[in-house]
Design a protein around this ligand. Structure first.
Ligand SMILES: [Zn+2]
Length: 459
């Protein structure tokens, strides 16, 4: 069936691709030369600073407090140096002081299309208002991903997700609306019922957390269903690191007989970085925001160095976020990617959280760096845990890994030695390795817990 036929049957999609190219939703912005992107950023940042300063008391006080006004920002360098960063706790405090929305919003609730909130897994939830404009733009960023990897209006999406107050997959839904494809909701169903629906309704795209895609495939196997034989040809993930890491991507792709892609989003900011069609990581959507990568002291790190992603959104007009600390660790490159995109690339997606970073003898170690290396040892599965214990001089790190089903236990000790050698060579510090029986590490339904910090809490 052609796209024209689809449009006749289901109505026009909310948005259309802005380019004729097969692999770009909007070739003009996705391939814009760096110099032109920087000009665009400066214009949008200046307009956003003016908008926030005039309308949002939170920003007005913040900028007055450090002695800057919007007109002082004449270059990108001015923006990077002079504008202070903000953190989630600042917005949470603003909301707590004057509930429900505080003094950090720019639009009155009359303009809100949706109320969302963060999961609260790292503290008090942050309430997130969306205007119509924000929601549509947020959704469109998902359409960049869908279109870029080859998904078309003829496809149908299975959402294996409980929905709720979490904005990520609601926005993925709006992405499907932008594209014009079919949505099948797996909300409120058991995993067994979802598997039955997938067999019956024959969707081509599975949307879930990476952990849940693996969980569903393992459950299917127990029920005698081979998920690689279903109609699913693409799996789309968000919510935690996954397809950017080779072992996890291979595990999902072989379980589902599909290509696995991800989108890196931050609920209160946007679906900020659609995955690279060449599976090299995620590209920050530079027509919807601005990003810099900073070290622990707040100074920019060079290309290829790991640091914290600090982002500004051009689309969150209800509750603006300007130089927002995400606490996500990324490694950014600014060269044009093999997929043709000029948007900055977070290689391997999100590598971890700043809270999960461990420093041993001056070397930074984070969970995804370890996970990334599991594929260097043949026979290891994607399941692992990283444990940190206080040592006499340095903290001690141990990784628990699990071989693939069917691996002879006689190989366990050589696998442990091999992984230890790889970790020492690639990361530069000694990390203990424990090999557990296949299937013995806990399985998670929604998001996996990988990092276990046993050090005394700092007060
Ligand atoms: Zn790319």
């Amino acid at each position: 069936m052609s796209i024209a036929d689809i449009n006749l049957l289901r109505g026009q999609p909310l948005l259309s691709p802005r380019s004729q190219s097969g692999s770009f939703w909007n070739e003009y912005t996705e391939t814009m030369p760096r110099e032109q992107l920087n000009e665009l950023h400066l214009k949008r940042l200046q307009a956003l600073l003016r908008y926030a300063y005039d309308r949002v008391p939170f920003y007005n006080e913040l900028y007055n407090g450090v002695g800057i006004r919007p007109e002082d920002i004449r270059t990108l360098d001015d923006f990077n140096r002079l504008v202070p960063t903000i953190d989630k706790k600042d917005l949470v405090q603003a909301q707590a002081a004057n509930p429900p929305w505080g003094d950090s919003v720019a639009l009155s609730p009359d303009y809100y299309l949706y109320h969302f909130q963060t999961s609260g897994s790292t503290g008090t939830p942050l309430r997130i208002p969306f205007s119509v404009h924000t929601q549509l733009q947020y959704g469109e960023q998902w359409a960049y991903l869908y279109w870029g990897v080859g998904i078309r209006p003829q496809d149908s999406f299975y959402f294996a997700f409980p929905w709720g107050m979490y904005t990520g997959f609601w926005s993925a839904y709006w992405g499907v609306r932008c594209l014009g494809a079919t949505v099948i909701s797996g909300g409120g169903l058991t995993s067994e019922q979802r598997l039955q629906q997938i067999q019956l309704l024959k969707p081509t795209v599975l949307v879930s957390t990476p952990t849940y895609a693996l969980y569903l495939a393992e459950l299917a196997k127990e029920l005698g269903i081979d998920t690689s034989e279903t109609t699913i040809r693409y799996t789309i993930h968000a919510g935690e690191p996954g397809p950017g890491i080779p072992t996890t991507r291979q595990a999902i792709e072989s379980a589902w007989g599909a290509k696995a892609y991800e989108l890196y989003g931050v609920g209160e900011v946007g679906a900020i970085a659609p995955g690279c069609p060449d599976q090299r990581g995620c590209h920050f959507g530079e027509d919807q925001g601005y990003a810099t990568v900073l070290d622990a002291s707040g100074n920019p790190v060079g290309p290829g160095e790991v640091g914290e992603n600090v982002v500004t959104s051009y689309i969150q007009m209800a509750q603006p976020v300007i130089k927002y600390r995400t606490h996500d660790l990324v490694r950014a490159y600014y060269d044009v990617c093999s997929c043709g995109r000029s948007w900055l690339l977070y290689e391997g997606g999100v590598l971890g959280r700043t809270d999960d970073m461990i420093t041993i003898k001056g070397t930074n170690v984070y969970p995804a760096a370890v996970e990334y290396l599991l594929s260097d040892v043949a026979g290891l599965s994607s399941h692992y845990e990283l444990h940190v214990n206080p040592g006499r001089i340095n903290d001690e790190v141990t990784v628990k890994v699990e071989p693939k089903v069917g691996t002879s236990s006689e190989r366990f000790s050589s696998m442990a030695t091999d992984l230890q050698v790889v970790l020492k060579a690639k990361i530069g510090v000694t990390i203990g390795v424990e090999v557990s029986e296949p299937g013995s590490l806990p399985r998670y339904e929604l998001k996996a817990k990988r990092f276990f910090d046993h050090r005394p809490k700092k007060v």
